[in-house]
Design a protein around this ligand. Structure first.
Ligand code: G7M
Length: 338
């Protein structure tokens, strides 16, 4: 079940930097390089922003010789696909190359070069990349902020309104201008409906790393902070229909899925993450992920729970918000009174 192969396309993350008009199709944006890019020979690396040897992801900042502005290239070595390892394995053929490093008694060390199609690297290209995109991919010290409702209203909300990432990619999905063939399920109801499709972080091939996003049709919900009693129907709809669609297509039941929302999210249009429980996706830790079932239960107990609660979140040193919080002395203050 978990090793079933799934066909979807690769796409890049956070790729919209400039704000095209709402009615403009992504292909009409003269700044974009994605329509004609064939290889990465035009990319000149200027800086390694992050090189994570555990997740095997490297984030590079640079420029493209055929386009203006900064670009980001994110390379990720992908997990093994079990299908390819089973009997009649594609890995072990005579067209592969085995280079011996040394051997000692029964122990041998080798470098192995399987056939080309098994050596792909998941690649995300963001161009033109804004300062904010570059910040996002830099290694930085994280800090926890305990966000009281007051801090949210007076500091964080004004910051979000001013500085948030462009949501054009979200609207392109909702308006069927992008990723249409990737949609797994759609409920068109304007209030309680949503679109379910693979997240950009999923290479779309390995079920072990399954990662889908449910994006709500309602454009007025920024994050869990805005959720109230009358959103329970929407949230239950996402939970029930999202799980059903995933089970039908991928054979995973709801008890095998981690279904959660981020606080803070990167994009302030409500969306729910569905990942396979076995997959340790980025952003699943306690300081960021809020399980959907928990969120529903909290709002059922208290309709304005998310307007009253103190919500912790992570902020990084180079985020503009870090400076704003520091200037207001928020990072040092504890919201937990003796
Ligand atoms: O909750 P948070 O805002 O942190 O997560 C946003 C999610 O949206 C991430 O998991 C991204 O990988 C995903 N994402 C970002 N972009 C720009 C796209 C996109 O263009 N298409 C899809 N399908 N997912 C995206």
């Amino acid at each position: 079940m978990a090793d079933k192969k799934v066909e979807t396309n690769n796409l890049s993350d956070d790729h919209v930097a400039k704000k095209p008009k709402l009615d403009e199709s992504p292909d009409e944006n003269p700044h974009e390089i994605h329509s004609n890019i064939k290889d990465l020979s035009t990319f000149k690396v200027e800086k390694i922003l992050n090189n994570n040897t555990k997740s095997k992801i490297v984030c590079l900042q640079g420029t493209f010789s055929n386009a203006d502005g900064a670009g980001l290239v994110i390379l990720e070595k992908t997990a093994f696909e079990e299908d390819n390892l089973k009997c009649n394995s594609k890995y072990f053929t005579s067209s592969s190359y085995l280079k011996k490093i040394f051997h000692n008694d029964i122990y041998g060390n080798y470098e192995y070069f399987p056939v080309l199609e098994l050596n792909s690297i998941k690649t995300t290209v963001i161009h033109p990349a804004t300062e904010k995109h570059i910040e996002k991919y830099c290694v930085q010290n994280p800090y926890i902020v305990d966000e009281t409702p007051d801090v949210y209203q007076s500091i964080v909300l004004p910051y979000i309104i001013k500085e948030q990432f462009d949501l054009q990619w979200v609207y392109n999905i909702l308006e069927h201008k992008s990723e249409v063939d990737r949609i797994l399920f759609e409920d068109p109801d304007p209030k309680n409906g949503f679109v379910l499709l693979p997240d950009l972080k999923w290479n779309g091939i390995t079920l072990d790393t399954l990662y889908l996003l449910a994006i709500v049709n309602d454009r007025n919900i920024k994050s869990i902070r805005d959720l109230q009693g009358d959103h329970v129907r929407l949230l239950k709809n996402i939970y029930n229909k999202g799980c059903q669609a995933i089970e039908e297509k991928y054979g995973l039941t709801k008890s095998q899925l981690r279904i959660y929302l981020h606080y803070q999210p990167s994009f302030y249009h409500l969306h729910v993450h569905f990942t396979y429980l076995r997959h340790e996706a980025p952003g699943i830790h306690a300081e960021r992920a809020h399980l959907l079932s928990n969120v529903i239960s909290n709002i059922e107990l208290l309709a304005d729970y998310y307007q009253k609660v103190t919500l912790p979140f992570i902020v990084r040193e180079t985020d503009k918000l870090f400076k704003v919080l520091e200037d207001n002395n928020i990072l040092k203050k504890s919201s937990i009174k003796d």
